[in-house]
Design a protein around this ligand. Structure first.
Ligand code: UD1
Length: 415
């Protein structure tokens, strides 16, 4: 297994292009199940998670053709109603195929995704939504079997604005008779991007605050370009901030980044926005702040670990409160090995800035914690060895090359 060798302590400066959003790509690919016509998706990142969803769709009977950043998903034979346990266990987003399959085939069997390193991540809200549409849901220890002769639109109120459950119900709602109303829906940019795609496929969808109304429609094929990845953009900007440099994320959506950019400004980082380019510059270092993650438009939980890593070198004390995933603190052990001062109490990390981190051998526990450790290694004095790259590569395309182009001394080597 390869490792990353990072020689830290260099300022990162320059411009870097951001890929299409992973978390928009996954539901966009699943939406292909809603029609027997072809959909063509552009700016699809070349990531393990995307390969996993395409594999899942292929195993269900879809035909997938990938050409660089473009993917065509079409159908030239019958679909099967049973999803592969391999892909759902590997990646939770595969669970999204459930509702679309039931809507198309009247029945679906999908393995339960189970917990993962960032938290328990149950699927009760997904199932609540499908039951409300009239589906019969049977859960066993390993899988969920859902059937419905005819799905019927209904009003579903979520106790929490879950991204996945909102996407599940949005897609399923297009195949349910009448109107499906989702109350307390997630409105993350990736959810709104899925809505754009569904509208381009012929869906009728209204969004009013956190209420989304979907009216049944016959969907057809289309072409769609994904939004840029705000989490990758944020991570690359933080690489500049953590190393007292200045990085420009090119061709992004500054409006999608706003809750995060507000936190950077609070840290004393200078932010410049020019069209779709965002520059974060911190030549004089940063100061500590308090952050609380929350569903969009709050501070994104997917940028918590990386921001916490940057705060390890800020002057003063910071607090990061996590309200979305209880298990987000998987980066702490690795950052402590680099000399970070962090205390965890329940869902709060208290970080006392240190004048310098030092290189260490660490392992990426999950995608975003792995990215946080890369940032720690870039800021640290001396060399670090990062293992667990398969986790980082689930979410970042060509990260080492991109950081290298900004001046990092980073190399991928066989362990
Ligand atoms: C998506 C993102 C993930 C991001 C998260 C929150 C994808 C592929 N992944 O994950 O990167 O961190 O949104 O922005 O888009 N919950 C329940 N019951 C459910 C569903 C969720 O209790 O049925 C809880 C989860 O355990 C978690 C919270 O709700 O505590 C948020 O989860 P959710 O918004 O569903 O995240 P995902 O869609 O899994």
């Amino acid at each position: 297994m390869d490792v990353l060798i990072v020689e830290g302590g260099r300022r990162l400066v320059g411009r870097v292009r951001v890929e299409g959003a992973k978390n928009a790509a996954l539901p966009a690919c699943v939406a292909s199940l809603l029609t027997d016509e072809s959909i063509l998706v552009h700016r699809v990142p070349q990531l393990r998670d995307v390969s996993t969803i395409l594999f899942t769709l292929g195993a269900l009977g879809k035909r997938v053709v990938r050409n660089g950043g473009s993917v065509v998903i079409s159908e030239d034979g019958p679909l099967t109603a049973e999803a592969s346990p391999y892909s759902v266990r590997k990646m939770r987003a595969s669970f999204l195929v459930l509702g679309p399959l039931v809507g198309r085939l009247g029945r679906a069997v999908v393995p339960l995704p189970g917990g993962c390193s960032i938290g328990a991540r149950p699927v009760d809200l997904h199932l609540q939504g499908l039951r409300a549409l009239g589906a019969h849901v049977e859960e066993s220890a390993a899988a969920v079997t859902v059937s419905a002769d005819r799905l019927r639109g209904a009003r579903v109120e979520f106790s929490f604005p879950s991204v996945g459950a909102t996407e599940q119900l949005l897609m399923t709602g297009t195949l349910a008779a009448g109107v499906t109303e989702i109350v307390n829906a997630a409105v993350e940019p990736e959810v709104l991007d899925l809505i754009e795609l569904l509208r381009a496929m012929g869906a009728e969808i209204e969004v009013e605050g956190r209420t989304i109304r979907v009216t049944e429609a016959k969907l057809h094929g289309t072409e769609h370009t994904l939004i840029p990845d705000r989490i990758e953009a944020g991570t690359l900007l933080l690489a500049g901030v953590a190393t007292r440099g200045a990085v420009t994320a090119v061709d992004v959506r500054p409006d999608h980044l706003e809750p995060f950019l507000a936190a950077l400004r609070g840290m004393g980082v200078e932010i410049t926005v020019a069209g779709g380019d965002v520059t974060a510059s911190a030549p004089g270092g940063t100061r500590g702040i308090d952050i609380k993650t929350a569903p969009h438009p709050g501070f994104p939980t997917d940028l918590h670990p990386q921001t916490a890593a940057a705060l390890c070198g800020a002057v003063g004390t910071s607090r990061v409160i996590e309200t979305v995933f209880e298990g987000r603190f998987t980066y702490v052990e690795g950052m402590r090995a680099m000399g970070a001062q962090m205390a965890i109490d329940g869902r709060t990390a208290t970080i006392t800035g240190v004048s310098a981190l030092r290189g260490a051998a660490v392992e990426a526990p999950d995608i975003r914690a792995g990215a946080a450790l890369v940032l720690g290694a870039l800021a640290a004095q001396g060399s670090s060895v990062l293992s667990g790259l398969d986790q980082i590569e689930r979410g970042y395309e060509g990260l080492a090359d991109k950081l290298g182009s900004l001046g990092a001394q980073i190399e991928r080597r066989e362990a």
